[in-house]
Design a protein around this ligand. Sequence first.
Ligand code: EPS
Length: 388
Amino acid sequence: MRYLTAGESHGKQLTTIVEGIPALMPLTSENINDSLLRRQKGHGRGKRMQIEKDLVDIAGGVRHGYTLGSPIAMVIRNDDFAHWEDIMGEDPIENNQDIRRKVTRPRPGHADLNGALKYGHRDMRNILERSSARETAARVAAGAVAKTMLSHLGIEIVGYVKEIAGIKAKEIETLSIKEKMEISEASPVRCLDENAGQEMMDAIDIAKKDGDSIGGVCEVYIEGMPAGIGSYVHYDRKLDGRIAGAVQSINAFKGVEFGIGFEAARKNGSEVHDEIAWDKEHGYYRKTNRLGGFEGGMSTGMPIVVKGVMKPIPTLYKPLQSVDIETKEVFNASIERSDSCAVPAAAVVMEHVVAFEVAKGILEQFPHDQFPKLQDAMKAYREELRCF
Ligand code: EPS
């Protein structure tokens, strides 16, 4: 199971192809549009989200509400392309000097300069159009297919915001996953703690007024995962490693933690590891979940809890110094529009990229071409674990 995305931020469309989903799995546009709509929301988003209405057009791999087993092709149109057609069109143009909105001034913290050096582009629009976080809409489409698969296998997943600009949400241990879904959905910053959420919104408003941007921490929580998905036998089969890579690959993400994460460095082993217990109804379980659902690169059967750190978006109204690549003159980088905080949207993106890795791990363990057979295999495996 794998996916590819294509498309530029102000180009015609974003395209996603997901390959390896078994046949006969229920899938509709609605499953994908729900996720796309969630990603567009959030306090702190800029003007672009008022232009776009992300809706998927399923262009292959699904018929009459079921997957065919062939690649699933999905298209999301960029409504903003109407304003960018002459700049982003694919046909040759007579005179390169005619290109409007050429970018020669790299923004600190963005892909602009490194991308230009690597690919030899003198117009850095050729870099920023693809490195833009617009691409995460296409990744969410792939993750929505994975999430649909997981939900039919009894695995639920939710992403929410833990922290923005140093304001931390209180830990509310008693919430069920359904409550986490409902509360985060109702919060404009996807926060489970209402008071902290209000403070986060205030901080976003201040950053916006100051022409600055702020980052934060997202958490993804997964329930219903059986033990033993992933493997210890090779570095590239460790499921926590794959999830970490997927999270780190989200635009502007700088770090990943499972369970108590970096805190483990400051504690004794007896305070870090989770004691093993057994009962007839559930089989083996852990008395605590400090390791966030993973031991030895494999799921433990406890909820998976993973955090990702997002830096403040580097596109700033407040100028930072940089150098023009044509004239070499020093200038203060500034822009026309940006999001002052995209952490709430990033929580949705993180939920979806994690869902994809989990679904992929499951399909590797139970490689069925027909979805009902995968469902049967999962059911039998769960029973096997319970009776072990
Ligand atoms: C982004 C810059 C902004 C964001 C964009 C990511 O877009 P624009 O340059 O058109 O104002 O709105 O995010 C999206 C378009 C999206 O769909 O999330 C960037 O530079 O990364």
